[in-house]
Design a protein around this ligand. Structure first.
Ligand SMILES: [Zn+2]
Ligand SMILES: [Zn+2]
Length: 470
């Protein structure tokens, strides 16, 4: 989906791809950093046709049915909808009943993952009789326009946004879950998580008329499709609702230059973290400012030819696993939950903290990437890390997932590592929370091997078509 906007430099009407974190004007070549893309931002869809045109069409429609009516008080009303995009991960642990030949039953434990791209819209206003519960496919294909009362029309009524973000998050997580065989499969527990999600508000246009025939009623018309909506919008004047408006960050722009050395940052529109190739520092935009992001690079197993490798970003999260019964702090604790077949030096394990490896690159196949992350986290590898200065010439993939989101993915990895029949571990992870002690961005070297990329030190492979490199 595209965001339609005026170039801040030349004023030309341009489109910014919604997934782009860097803006380049196609007319004047200006490169800028759009801000606030990680926060809730507001947009609107402009109506099609005028109030008068649609009013006349409405009259005609009534006339066709042989009804003589008067149409008065036409009004443009914008109603806010929440729009949520992200990756949905949902684990279900359960038991499956198996019936034997002579009527005897037994059961087996199972687990299932549903991991899909998520896109949903729902009303951000309270209306008891309102049939348009989503904007449908339109919210994925129509260009978004940044919220602007001037462009939406001074006479338009803008309904207040009433469903706060916290409530929207709850609504977003209500979904059908993995499909189960209802006759044999029973859910013991399930957890859903949205990872890398983005919440925005879309103000959708409606034309509202008072139609007077034998009696008077209000008719609401979808101002994009021109279909009559059989429901009533809330009656609120903007003044009444003004104090309940959800704070939103406007879309604005800052220079796309390294705050440390002043050189232009490399034009990589899909990355959230920008790596200066001149001074080697990494930056993330938060609240309209660049903040430095610490990182390290693993060079273990890389050898001389550094340009033969692709470096993929991971968040290395040093965590404690807290369950109601106990806190798991060391690797020795960790391996009581997730045992490895090989014999390990317990004395050594007691000295080491638990680290999760969460992929930060753009994901095409969430289930495959989840599996890879679970395997790497179970191995608890140790990497040799280089100082950032040597990193300038390295081929580094874009960073898509910010640190906070990585913690949500880590929670999923906890379930992914849990075997379906490990009763004790299931009981523990069911009530467990991850407590973040430290998070660091780490770039790990991968070598191209046919369909796979293989990590230099662990030799773990990931299929290339499960991630997006450029
Ligand atoms: Zn321009
Ligand atoms: Zn720099």
């Amino acid at each position: 989906m595209e965001i339609a906007l005026d170039c801040p430099q030349c004023g030309g009407l341009v489109n910014l791809d919604e997934d782009d974190f860097v803006f380049r004007c196609e007319y004047c070549d200006t490169v800028l950093k759009p801000t606030g893309r990680n926060d809730v931002q507001s947009f609107f869809f402009p109506p099609k046709g005028t109030l008068a045109q649609v009013g006349r069409a409405l009259l005609k429609a009534y006339a066709k049915k042989g009804k003589r009516v008067r149409v008065r008080d036409p009004r443009l009303v914008y109603a806010p909808y929440w729009r949520v995009r992200g990756l949905l991960f949902e684990w279900v642990f359960g038991r499956k009943v198996e019936r034997g030949l002579y009527g005897a039953t037994s059961y087996d434990l199972f687990k299932k993952l549903r991991a899909v791209a998520y896109h949903r819209t729902f009303p951000c206003f309270k209306a008891s009789r309102w049939p348009m519960i989503s904007l449908g496919l339109r919210a994925q294909v129509m260009p978004l326009h940044p919220y602007s009362e001037e462009k939406m029309g001074r006479e338009a009524l803008i309904l207040p946004a009433e469903i706060p973000l916290a409530e929207a998050v709850k609504i977003a997580l209500q979904n059908p879950g993995p499909s189960l065989d209802g006759s044999t499969e029973r859910v013991e527990f399930s957890r859903a998580n949205l990872v890398g999600e983005n919440y925005s508000l879309i103000y959708f246009p409606f034309y509202v008329y008072m139609v007077q025939g034998n009696r008077e009623n209000t008719v609401v018309v979808d101002a994009v499709s021109h279909k009559v909506v059989r429901g009533a919008l809330p009656k609120t004047s903007p003044e009444e609702g003004a104090d309940r408006r959800i704070p939103v960050k406007p879309l604005s722009f800052i220079p796309y230059r390294c705050p440390n050395c002043g050189w232009d940052l490399p034009f990589r529109p899909h990355t959230r973290i920008h790596l200066c190739r001149t001074c080697g520092r990494a930056w993330q935009e938060i609240g309209g400012e660049y903040r430095e992001v610490a990182y390290s690079v693993s060079l273990k197993g890389v050898g001389e030819k550094i340009d033969a490798w692709t470096f993929l970003p991971f968040w290395r999260l040093t965590v404690r696993i807290k369950s109601p019964e106990r806190t798991y702090r060391t690797l020795d604790d960790f391996y009581t939950l997730f045992p490895l077949p090989k014999v390990q030096d317990r004395e050594e394990l007691r000295k080491r903290a638990i680290r999760f490896y969460v992929p930060a690159f753009r994901i095409r196949n969430p289930a495959a990437v989840d599996k890879f992350a679970a395997r790497m986290t179970r191995q608890q590898p140790l990497f040799d890390e280089a100082c950032p200065g040597e990193f300038r010439e390295i081929r580094a993939a874009d960073v898509w997932l910010p640190l906070g989101e990585a913690m949500e993915m880590a929670q999923q990895i906890l379930y992914s590592m849990t075997p379906s029949r490990a009763r004790k571990t299931i009981e523990t992870v069911r009530g467990a929370q991850l407590d973040l002690r430290e998070g660091l961005l780490v770039w790990l070297p991968f070598k191209d091997k046919g369909l796979f990329l293989r990590e230099a030190h662990t030799d773990l492979g990931i299929q290339k078509n499960t991630l997006e490199l450029d």
